[in-house]
Design a protein around this ligand. Sequence first.
Ligand code: S3P
Length: 194
Amino acid sequence: MTEYSDEYKPLRIILVGYMGAGKTTVGRALSKALNIPFYDLDWYIESRMRKTVKQIFDEKGENGFRLIEQSMLHEVAEFENVIISCGGGTPCFFDNMEYMNGQAETVYLKAETDVLYKHLLMGKSIRPLLLNKTPDEVNLFIRKQLEHREPFYAKAKHVLDVSLMDSYDKIQISVTHLLELLKLEASESQKLNS
Ligand code: S3P
């Protein structure tokens, strides 16, 4: 972990939460508000490895993916003045959650199970863990997996409820709440970019 002097501390915000919670949506909106870059860990992995997450799962299995994910996390979490959204499983393997807490302001984007289910039925085909599952199986899978994952997500420094984020206005309201939680203002970007 990089040590910084008292005067200089880069801003890093890492968003964690279950698949379908809206990490990418919030990450993008927050990036606009603060005028700092946004990295989605899955996209970063795909561009660095030149393979889709699904291809990596197919070729190396979940264990292989988790090793790559950890190593890519250690790359992006060194970037300064960035917002990062990680995969739903990232906090739940190795010491990833402790590592992220050491590097960044971590935020758990928490959504109700029914909301996750609705979002995930739409995006099921691109998520290897949900592929080939019937809607009922997806529902059961989410409930079981959340029970296991929640204690990892709960280690984040902040929690934001994002269950009601179903319109542009509500996304903006979530971003405003998030800025309040982090004690940041949209104008903070002026300082970061000067
Ligand atoms: C996963 C979530 C995915 C992706 C991979 C595994 C998980 O990311 O990293 O399919 O274990 O929950 P999203 O949360 O962005 O869908």
